[in-house]
Each structure stands twice: as structure tokens, then as C-alpha cells.
Ligand binder design. Structure first.
Ligand code: NAP
Length: 448
């Protein structure tokens, strides 16, 4: 075996991902050493409870509760504890002690990314985080390195497996949100408290990370518009299916031009919401708990990255790829990989974004209703592309005939591109118009 320089690797956390990282590091140590050009010695694992039973068998003597001591003697620190503290302090300590850092912590990077990247820059160290967005799928390195010579125009990602699993089953089986969520919890696809997933918080963190990289701009989490999927019901699913769409929770990161928000006219929009996408779009065929990221770049055109967005061993693959990169850099020395935020583009609020919409209304089935609805849309600068009207119920009748009371009809309107702010004001006016009995849904259309 080659006599490599030995690097001390400290692991923080041995949960779903950390335990798999430790096991693979030990199992494939020789091979990883050949790839990294350095022997990777796992010198310790910091956890809360060193005596807890782990997913894989690991030597008890590796475990410690003293993270600080472990960190200060390490060349590479792998942070897989999750959460903000003590992960943040541990990473800052690792960087100031001269270690390179590998982390999968999306919550931390989405909220404290600039602080951490600045700390790395100051000491010439690197922070690697391939596993922080879309698990096992290589997307960070392609955005940071492979596309560094191109201009990313748009990213549309299915970056949360739990919500994709739920929406996919609702679409395929016609099942209810609550039933599928309960099933997902029983099967371990959803947490007992599913808020982070179903309300879009997890996807918003990943969107902030992807947009920061793609547009060379620090995107704070609170600049990401976020909506979840809890309001999606079987009626919306049916309407989407009939119109040739599928509903997916999308993270959309978009470069906008011709705005008055910057001297160059460029700005970006970062948003997470359930959207309709055409059934023939590549993202429509992402089923189950899988993730996919669809990237549109000026020169490269359309690229699609697909695979497992979570899972202990799958995520460990991305973490170990980063460990090999960190080891190579640690040996080579020089400046770290750095995060480019030089473009510093303004992030526009969702109200200033234009998309197409599908508006589903319940109206009283009387003559002239469609004309009234069309008039309100036109006054609100929302132009109609398609309209479909279906009678839901006839007006009540007696033995002597109809009572003259109107029945109910459903109108599904597809719009041309409209400004979100115009659209939401128009929907408010429709709801108050007297002819609309219920705004059933308003969904954006993406990817066509
Ligand atoms: P996990 O199963 O909850 O494991 C967390 C580990 O960190 C446990 O070993 C725990 O120790 C340790 N830990 C937590 N707080 C600690 C503290 N204050 N001091 C010392 N140790 C502490 O988490 P995970 O699912 O492996 O996720 C790890 C990271 O990967 C997170 O940032 C997560 O967002 C990210 N990630 C996970 C997945 C996935 O599929 N799970 C996918 C992509 C990214 P004890 O075991 O002693 O409690």
C-alpha cells in the first residue's frame, strides 16, 4: 500500500447519515486514500450519547461527547449533527483551527452561510456541502464548478422527497392529502411533525442554497417566498390531471432581466410553491420520494439531475465525495474553493414575478357570469388563454318545474403570463364580485 500522508478526520454526529459515513470510511478506507492521495483516519465521533445503539456497528472507543477536543486536532471535520447550535460553533472552531469542513446541514447554511463562508475565506479553508441540497444528487459541484463558465437562467427543483411522495400518490391514486400523509408517516417518509416538509421550509432552505450558488448572490432565507402543499386537495389534483398537468412542490430560482431593481436590470426570484407542470415535462416523471433538479443555462441548455434526495447511505455517498475533495485540497494547500457572491443581485418579492396561472372558480350558473369574470380579469391586466366551464348542479326544481334559482358551475381559466401582484388583486376582486361563490384554487403554471 502507498505510504500516504495521514489526515485526521473528525466526525460530528452518528445518526442516519453520520453512522453510514463512518462505516463507509472504514470499509473503503484504502480505496478512498488512493483517490484522495491521503490516508483518511477516522479519529473520533462526537455524539450526545456514546452508548446509544447505532444503525451500524462502530468501535465504542471512537465515540466521545467532547466535540471541541476532537475538532481542534483534526484536518477534516465532517459535521452531521444538524440544527444550528452547536453545529455553527463547531464549524467555526474547525475552520479557525485550520481544518476543512464537510457538512450536510442545509438549515445552518441557509441561515448562517455567509458567516461560515467568510470564516473559511479568512483562513483559506474550504466548506463542502454537496449533501445539503437534494441528498445524494450531485448538484452543488455542477453549479459551483461545471457551470462556472456559463450563466444559469433558471432552476426548477423537486428538492423535498416527502412532499413529492405525497403529491405523487395523490395524483396516481386519487387519495386525500391527510390519508397519504398518515401513510407516509407510518412508512417513515414523513416525520411525526411534518411541518418542515409539508409547509415548504425544507425546500426553501435548499432553494436559498441553490440560488446563492447559481446566481453568485447571497440569498437570505427570508427572501425566499414559501408556500406548502397542505391546501392541495383531490379536486385540484383532478383539475390538474384533466388539463394535462401534474402538481409538484417546486423550488424555482430564476434570473430576471429588464427590471428596475439593479443598474444592469438583472435581479433574481427564489420561490417555493406547489405548481402545475405539464405532464410531458421531465420533472413530471419524478415519482415517489425521489428528487430532481432541472437547470436551464444560457449555453448548456437544459440539464436534469435526478436521484435519491435523502436516506442515510445515499446521503453518505455525497458526504464522502466531499471528504475526498477536502482531503485533496488539504494536501495541495492554497486558497479554499470559496463562494462567489460577487454578482450580488437583488432578490425580488414574488409580487414582481410573472408566471402563468390556472384559476378554478365556482360560480352561480347564470347568463353573463363568464362575461363578468372575463371583464374583471381584463381590468386586472390578466389575459385569458383558455376557459372551460362545467355545470356542477342544476338549480332546485319543484313538481311544477324549476324554481328559477341558479345552479352552480365551475370555471377553469388558464391565463397568459401575468404579474403575481396583478393576479392576486384580481382574484380578490373575483372573490368579492358576487358572481363567484368560491375561489377553488389558484395555481401557478411552471415549465412550459
Ligand atoms: P440524526 O439521525 O438526527 O443524527 C444526528 C446525530 O448528531 C446523532 O448522532 C446525535 O447524537 C448527534 N448530535 C445531535 N446534537 C448533538 C450535540 N448537541 N452534540 C453532539 N452530538 C449531537 O441526523 P441525520 O438524519 O443523520 O442528519 C444529519 C445532517 O444531514 C442534518 O444536517 C440533515 O439535515 C442532513 N441530511 C440528512 C439527510 C437524511 O436523509 N437523513 C439527507 C440530507 C441531509 P446521538 O446519536 O447521541 O443523539
Amino acid at each position: 500500500m502507498t505510504d500516504y500522508r495521514r489526515l485526521r478526520v473528525a466526525l460530528l454526529g452518528a445518526g442516519a447519515v453520520g453512522s453510514q459515513v463512518a462505516a463507509l470510511l472504514r470499509k473503503h478506507g484504502d480505496e478512498l486514500a488512493d483517490r484522495a492521495g491521503a490516508a483518511l483516519d477516522l479519529v473520533g465521533i462526537a455524539v450526545r450519547n456514546p452508548d446509544a445503539t447505532r444503525d451500524v456497528e462502530l468501535p465504542r472507543e471512537l465515540f466521545t461527547t467532547d466535540a471541541d477536543e476532537l475538532i481542534t486536532g483534526a484536518d477534516i471535520v465532517i459535521e452531521l449533527m444538524g440544527g444550528i447550535e452547536p453545529a455553527r460553533s463547531n464549524i467555526l472552531l474547525a475552520l479557525s483551527s485550520g481544518a476543512d469542513v464537510v457538512t450536510a446541514n442545509k438549515a445552518l447554511l441557509a441561515t448562517h452561510g455567509p458567516e461560515i463562508f467568510d470564516a473559511a475565506d479568512q483562513v483559506g479553508a474550504s466548506v463542502y456541502y454537496e449533501a445539503a441540497a437534494a441528498g445524494a444528487i450531485p448538484i452543488i459541484r455542477p453549479l459551483r464548478d461545471s457551470l462556472a463558465g456559463d450563466r444559469v437562467q433558471r432552476i426548477m427543483g423537486i428538492v423535498n422527497g416527502t412532499t413529492n411522495y405525497i403529491l405523487d400518490r395523490m395524483d396516481r391514486e386519487g387519495s386525500d392529502f391527510a390519508d397519504v400523509l398518515a401513510d407516509a408517516q407510518a412508512l417513515g417518509y414523513a416525520e411525526a411533525d411534518p411541518t418542515a416538509d409539508v409547509e415548504g421550509f425544507d425546500a426553501a432552505q435548499k432553494a436559498a442554497i441553490l440560488a446563492s450558488l447559481a446566481f453568485h448572490t447571497a440569498v437570505p432565507l427570508d427572501a425566499v417566498h414559501r408556500e406548502g402543499i397542505t391546501q392541495i386537495d383531490t379536486q385540484m389534483m383532478d383539475a390538474a390531471r384533466k388539463a394535462g398537468y401534474v402538481i409538484k412542490l417546486l423550488a424555482v430560482c430564476e434570473r430576471l432581466s429588464g427590471t428596475d431593481a439593479s443598474p444592469s436590470g438583472e435581479a433574481i426570484s427564489v420561490r417555493v410553491y406547489p405548481a402545475l407542470i405539464p405532464r410531458e415535462h421531465p420533472l413530471a416523471s419524478v415519482h415517489g420520494a425521489n428528487n430532481a433538479v432541472f437547470v436551464q443555462a444560457e449555453a448548456a441548455g437544459n440539464l436534469m439531475f435526478y436521484g435519491a434526495g435523502a436516506g442515510g447511505v445515499q446521503t453518505a455517498s455525497a458526504v464522502l465525495g466531499d471528504v475526498v475533495s477536502a482531503a485533496r485540497r488539504h494536501i495541495a494547500g492554497g486558497v479554499g474553493v470559496g463562494e462567489s457572491t460577487r454578482a450580488n443581485l437583488p432578490v425580488l418579492p414574488v409580487g414582481r414575478v410573472t408566471t402563468r396561472y390556472q384559476i378554478t372558480l365556482e360560480v352561480s350558473d347564470t347568463p353573463g357570469v363568464l362575461a363578468t369574470v372575463a371583464g374583471i380579469l381584463s381590468d386586472g391586466r390578466v389575459s385569458i388563454a383558455t376557459v372551460e366551464q362545467t355545470v356542477l348542479t342544476q338549480g332546485p326544481s319543484t313538481s311544477s318545474g324549476t324554481t328559477g334559482q341558479p345552479g352552480l358551475a365551475r370555471i377553469i381559466i388558464g391565463t397568459h403570463r401575468a404579474l403575481e401582484q396583478d393576479l392576486s388583486e384580481t382574484v380578490e376582486r373575483l372573490a368579492a364580485s358576487g358572481v363567484v361563490t368560491r375561489v377553488v384554487s389558484v395555481l401557478r403554471v411552471e415549465g412550459d
